[in-house]
Design a protein around this ligand. Structure first.
Ligand code: DAH
Length: 343
């Protein structure tokens, strides 16, 4: 009897060691302690057949062994449960308090931003957007804008030639010609885009951006030019702006005017001002009444129609708006520079 019990105890211990789940432990319980067919249960039942004098000691021994087996089962069960939980935590060791990986959000480039603002102001006044090719022919870039071959006015712009007859457009003014060639007045057009000049320093870039604009109809006067451009500058520089129209020369306008705004940095008192160099004024755009010669090129009757045109540099406006002194910052795409502009 003692030996049988000893053997059963060993069996249970061995099986418990090998088992891997609480379900296995339950199976062992059934095999040894189950009411039907449990091996220890069967021995307990067998007590009746023993001689009366042996029964008490055998019964005590059996109960002690049963108690031991129960404890073994409990202990192993608890151990397996702990292991299972540990595995669950370990498998998904997730610290929900850790900060996440931030996805860097893109920004609108300051030049795109300023271009969009310019477009907004003009579309608000009924202007529509037109575009032209970056590689332009000599006729549209120069000739039809009243800049004949061999005319000294060609020196105003240092030109990249693509071929004998084609250039990278030096300004957006050729879009005026392209639109007027295909359409009749009334016209209110703005033409944003890249332009190219052989120029490279802190305030000049070989590629930069302009917004061209023009308005043609019956009875358009210099007063319309002043009204539209003054309103535009008040919008783009947010109200607090002084505007000055200064006589100038462009081959495609007559008369021509450059438009200045009061220096917003020194308010015209400091000789040393790095923005206006003491003049108190900042040149912001070129403009004028469209030259009758230009209308002749596109076949508009100069007795019926008149119009004004203007062109401005987007980089220059952005630099003044944001207080920048180096144009190259726009093109280096240094993330530290770009981050300064709110999304
Ligand atoms: N095209 C000129 C330039 O690039 C800018 C300009 C001046 C455009 C006067 C115009 C204008 O339409 O009327 O310097």
């Amino acid at each position: 009897m003692i030996e049988i019990l000893e053997k059963l105890h060993e069996e249970v211990t061995g099986r418990l060691e090998r088992c891997g789940s609480p379900q296995d432990v339950e199976q062992i319980r059934v095999d040894y302690l189950g009411r039907k067919g449990g091996k220890l249960t069967a021995l307990l039942r067998g007590l009746r057949e023993l001689p009366a004098e042996e029964r008490p000691s055998a019964g005590a021994e059996l109960n002690r062994r049963r108690g031991e087996v129960e404890t073994l089962l409990e202990t192993r069960l608890a151990e397996l449960r702990r292991q299972q939980e540990g595995a669950r935590e370990g498998g998904a060791r997730l610290d929900v308090t850790l900060p996440g990986n931030r996805l860097e959000r893109g920004r609108i480039h300051p030049l795109t931003r300023v271009t969009d603002e310019i477009i907004d102001v003009f579309t608000g006044m009924g202007f529509e957007i037109a575009r032209g090719p970056d590689v332009e022919d000599d006729y549209h870039n120069f000739e039809a804008l009243n800049i004949p071959r061999d005319h000294p006015a060609r020196d105003m712009q240092d030109t990249f030639f693509v071929s004998e007859n084609h250039v990278l457009r030096t300004h957006t003014s050729p879009v005026q010609i392209r639109v007027m060639e295909t359409r009749r007045p009334p016209l209110r057009i703005i033409a944003p885009g890249a332009v190219y000049r052989h120029d490279d320093d802190a305030t000049h870039s070989p590629v930069f951006h302009q917004v061209e604009g023009f308005m043609v109809d019956r009875n358009i006067t210099f007063g319309d030019l002043k009204g539209v451009l003054t309103h535009f500058l008040e919008e783009i520089f947010e109200g607090d702006v002084r505007v000055r129209f200064r006589p100038s020369f462009f081959p495609f306008t007559e008369p021509s005017a450059e438009v200045d705004i009061g220096c917003n940095l020194c308010r015209d008192v400091e000789d040393s001002c790095r923005v206006c160099r003491g003049s108190g004024w900042l040149e912001i755009l070129g403009s004028g009444m469209i030259d009758p010669n230009v209308f002749d090129f596109v076949g508009y009757d100069t007795e019926v129609y008149s119009g004004f045109a203007f062109g401005m540099g987007v980089e220059r406006i952005a630099m003044l708006k944001y207080g920048m002194d180096d144009i190259r910052l726009f093109f280096q795409n240094d993330i530290r520079f770009l981050r300064q502009f709110p999304p």
